[in-house]
Design a protein around this ligand. Structure first.
Ligand code: SF4
Length: 458
């Protein structure tokens, strides 16, 4: 197998040598963090084959769109942008245009491409990324190559990666999902849960920390169900403890957690750690048990709030954020009042809110709406307005405290650094471009909406 891979790479390199210019590749990722992380691997494979990476599609000899299937309107935008590549293809007949990622796993999408966008010759499913070299070679040989649906396994641990950042790194710990929430397409396009071996994750994280990375983001669709099905099963908190033991100065963050798998052991592990954030992104989705059942979320509000209460008993400052869907088809005004009660009770630091939009191929897409779009929009406005007040008020708990902060960006116009604290809160503070990528101490001096402002302690 390795022999075949090496041979394929040699054959592609031989093709690239016939180019009169440096062969270039352009990869654009859309959607979730996991997709962006896959995009770094596509770039790594292409670079390893001999392509120079470019941000300019017009200069590229290979253009890959690595696209997400979660939202229907985002998919339509990607199709539109693929269509716009036709003009570039006409100018450069050797250009290979490809679609990869979970959007490429959808039969409807593949059929549409074949029919209406025949210049998109390479279609590679989210679980088939290591087959990129053989797919490219097939296209160079003149074949129309459609490669898909290899999502039962794990990507090869040896795949090269081109990391976008020199201080923040995403590390997938598991792929797929077993939950089948009725509004979500992920289990159909990313397959069932499978976890990477803890040794491989530890080795990767250790290597990143040795290279100076300051933030490790562990990723999985359902990260806290990590470890099930491995020969030697291991829990997610046990994995976290193993990673936290690595020497160095860094943060560990992770997403997304499923409420049904959030345990006191997880909270204890976070609070007793040296490096793990003191904040949990725990998507509640809705504040009505009836709707949660129809969403097939596998928890009740009582179970959800047990986790919140436990964390706050251990540490009153412990922060939560959440995803919330407003306007699920069967949501009534009364159900929405439950959502308002939840945000009052939990006092989220931050909320990621979505107006429900049907995703074809899911159960919820068949459910009739009981509310009008105007009612749903009014609920959303009310939710956002109240949440802004709650965040601002609750985040005042940090006023006057000194926190650790990773500076992610520097704005030359304002002189402000922007980044996140160990508690997962956005913070800005005056600093220099040299501070970007450093873990700093900051005393919090102000709170605005969901963000903090502070003063660096040098
Ligand atoms: S837990 Fe639910 S929402 Fe999350 S990926 Fe799985 S099916 Fe989708």
């Amino acid at each position: 197998m390795a022999e075949t891979g090496a041979q394929t790479r040699e054959e592609i390199r031989a093709v690239l040598e016939t180019f009169s210019h440096t062969p270039r590749a352009h990869v654009q990722s859309f959607g979730c963090q996991l997709n962006f992380c896959d995009g770094e691997k596509y770039k790594g494979i292409l670079q390893d084959l001999g392509y120079e990476l470019t941000d300019i599609p017009e200069k590229a000899d290979v253009i890959l769109f690595n696209a997400c299937a979660v939202r229907a309107h985002a998919e339509s935008r990607v199709i539109g942008r693929l269509g716009a590549l036709k003009a570039i293809k006409e100018k450069n007949p050797r250009l290979i245009v490809g679609l990869c990622g979970c959007m490429a796993e959808e039969a409807e999408v593949r059929a549409l491409l074949k029919k209406s966008y025949p210049f998109v010759k390479l279609v590679l499913g989210a679980g088939a990324m290591e087959r990129l070299p053989e797919s490219l070679l097939a296209v160079y040989r003149g074949e129309k190559h459609y490669e898909t649906l290899a999502f039962a396994g794990l990507p090869d641990e040896a795949l090269p990666t081109v990391r976008e950042s020199g201080f923040q790194a995403s590390v997938p710990v598991m792929y797929g999902c077993n939950n089948f929430c009725t509004y979500c397409i992920v289990p159909y396009v990313r397959g069932r849960e499978r976890s990477r071996r803890p040794e491989a994750i530890e080795q990767e994280v250790r290597g990143l920390i040795e290279q100076g990375y300051k933030e490790i983001l562990l990723l999985g669709q359902n990260v806290n169900s990590y470890g099930r099905g491995l020969d030697e099963e291991i829990s997610f908190p046990a994995l976290l403890r193993r990673l936290d033991a690595i020497e160095g100065d860094y943060f560990i963050r992770f997403m997304s957690s499923h409420p049904k798998d959030a345990t006191p052991e997880l909270i204890d592990t976070m609070l007793q750690s040296k490096h793990i954030e003191h904040h949990l992104h725990l998507p509640v989705q809705c504040g009505s048990d009836r709707v949660l059942k129809e969403m097939n979320r596998h928890y009740t509000l009582e179970r959800y709030l047990q986790t919140v209460d436990y964390a706050r008993q251990q540490s009153p400052d412990f922060g939560f954020s959440s995803d919330l869907i407003v306007g699920f088809p069967t949501e009534t005004d009364e159900d929405f009042e439950g959502t308002m009660r939840i945000i009052e009770y939990v006092k989220y630091d931050n909320l990621y809110t979505f107006i429900y939009s049907p995703r074809s191929g899911t159960k919820a897409a068949e459910m009739p709406f009981v509310s009008t779009q105007e009612q749903i929009a009014a609920r959303m406005s009310r939710l956002l307005a109240r949440q802004r007040e709650i965040s601002e008020d609750f985040n005042k708990r940090f006023l006057g405290k000194t926190v650790r902060f990773l500076a992610e960006k520097h704005d030359p116009e304002t002189g402000l650094l922007l980044g996140k604290t160990r508690e997962g809160l956005v913070l800005e503070a005056a600093g220099t471009p040299e501070d970007v990528g450093r873990l700093l101490h900051v005393t919090v001096t102000g709170v605005k909406n969901w963000a903090l402002s502070g003063r660096l302690e040098r």
